[in-house]
Design a protein around this ligand. Structure first.
Ligand code: AMP
Length: 249
């Protein structure tokens, strides 16, 4: 079985991002970049499936600028076997990402695609669902449990107010939720070994995918600054403040 893991390069979750002065986006110059946290969980899950002897190869793909190779290299150090970098400077919309992944799925004969449920930079939560739709593969999104047995995947999904268990035939698409697993750290020997693992670079044109989009970001703005909250000593004080200061009751 061949697993494809889609790994997005995003600003590190601990960085406090600032909006650019011209409101065209967020300032990323010199910002620490990392693997999207949900994609890290997807890499970990792929490695665990392979460690159980249920997969032969894990391919990691990242789409974007040249620097995405850093996140591919990290995934290789964690345990993926090889990488594919789809190099493009265009800011891609989820449908373009899904089309590029579809082309790789078909070229490589992929049995299982693991993605994060959401990119923490653009908060789309769309690529996995779009990929499943355009490839006609079954999807198990927001996965917090994945079991593979007798050629079928059992996926436990986080849904509002509980969990839902679905059974998927392969090939399939899974998007990972936070509770699926806890990603490992890469060991130094594995970081060294990863330097020798192959990364192929392709362009959207070589994959035959048109990535232009009809969507343009008009403006990005920071949320309005809020004043700090206060602690009240009693319910009476709370009610009095709600009446006299907040004037909501
Ligand atoms: P989104 O729909 O943009 O929130 O992204 C969901 C998932 O799609 C991410 O967690 C990644 O697994 C994958 N994905 C999105 N954009 C990219 C990208 N540029 N390169 C690789 N994978 C991506």
């Amino acid at each position: 079985m061949k697993i494809l893991v889609a790994v997005k390069r995003v600003v590190d979750a601990n960085v406090k991002v600032r909006v650019k002065a011209d409101n065209s986006g967020v300032e990323l110059t010199n910002a620490k970049m990392a693997i999207n946290p949900f994609c890290e969980i997807a890499v970990e899950e792929a490695i665990r499936i392979k460690e159980k002897g249920q997969a032969d190869e894990i391919i990691v793909v990242s789409i974007g600028e040249k620097a995405c190779q850093e996140q591919i290299r990290t995934s290789l150090a964690l345990g993926a076997d090889r990488g594919i970098h789809v190099e493009t400077e265009d800011g891609l919309q989820p449908l373009a990402v899904a089309k590029l992944l579809k082309s790789i799925v078909e070229k490589e004969g992929i049995d299982l695609v693991l993605l994060g449920k959401q990119s923490i930079d653009s908060d789309n939560n769309q690529v996995a669902q779009m990929l499943a739709a355009i490839t006609n593969m079954p999807q198990g999104t927001f996965a917090c449990g994945v079991e593979l047995a007798d050629g079928k995947l059992t996926v436990v999904r986080e849904i509002d107010g509980g969990e839902q268990t679905v059974s998927l035939s392969l090939p399939a698409v899974i998007s990972t939720d936070l509770r699926l697993n806890e990603p490992r750290y890469a060991s130094l020997p594995n970081i060294m070994k990863a330097k020798k693992k192959p990364i192929d670079t392709v362009t959207p044109e070589e994959l035959g995918v048109e990535v232009s989009s009809g969507l343009k970001i008009v403006s990005v703005a920071a949320p309005a600054a809020r004043t700090a909250g206060i602690k009240v000593a009693s319910v009476d004080e709370l009610i009095s403040k709600l009446k006299s200061e907040a004037k909501v009751i």
